[in-house]
Design a protein around this ligand. Structure first.
Ligand code: DQA
Length: 153
């Protein structure tokens, strides 16, 4: 799933969602809520537009696609918002991609991963992200846009 909003003065934010997040709305609603991935994309794009950014929202269930999208952001995006789903807890490749492009990046998790299973407590991505937002539901994507709004020129 990819959606892009029209260009704007402050540049584009890449909003990246990883595996199983295409099932938002029906996936374990007690944990992830009832909003769909389209709702997330609309919310994030609206927050980005209000802050003067455009937004490109990409979801993939495949690790390499996420790596490719991060590489493509170099030169096309001014910041990255990433919910890598389960790859957060396993992927050195996504961590290395974020480190390689060096763009300002915010890690988002809809659920409070620290209240959940032990294996969700470790993130390979947090050390290479500028901010981490967990447990705020889909509002976390708006908070991530707000962080980039405040910290980017
Ligand atoms: C998640 C948390 C991860 O542990 C999980 O694998 C997900 C979603 C979240 O948004 O809360 O797929 O990233």
């Amino acid at each position: 799933m990819t959606s892009t909003t029209a260009g704007s003065a402050r540049g584009s934010l890449l909003i990246l969602n990883g595996p199983n997040l295409n099932l938002l709305g029906t996936r374990e609603p007690a944990i992830y809520g009832s909003a769909t991935l389209d709702d997330v994309a609309d919310l994030a794009a609206a927050a980005a537009a209000a802050a003067g950014f455009s937004a490109e929202c990409i979801q993939s269930n495949h690790e390499g696609d996420l790596v490719d999208a991060i590489h493509a952001a170099r030169g096309t995006a001014v910041g990255i918002i990433i919910n890598a789903g389960a790859y957060t807890h396993t992927s050195v490749a996504i961590r290395d991609a974020l480190a390689a492009v060096g763009l300002p990046a915010v890690e988002v998790h809809i659920s409070n991963v620290h209240r959940r299973e032990e294996f969700r407590h470790h993130s390979y991505l947090s050390p290479v992200c500028d901010a981490v937002i967990v447990g705020a539901g889909i509002h976390g994507y708006e908070l991530a846009v707000s962080y980039l709004d405040k910290t980017l020129a």
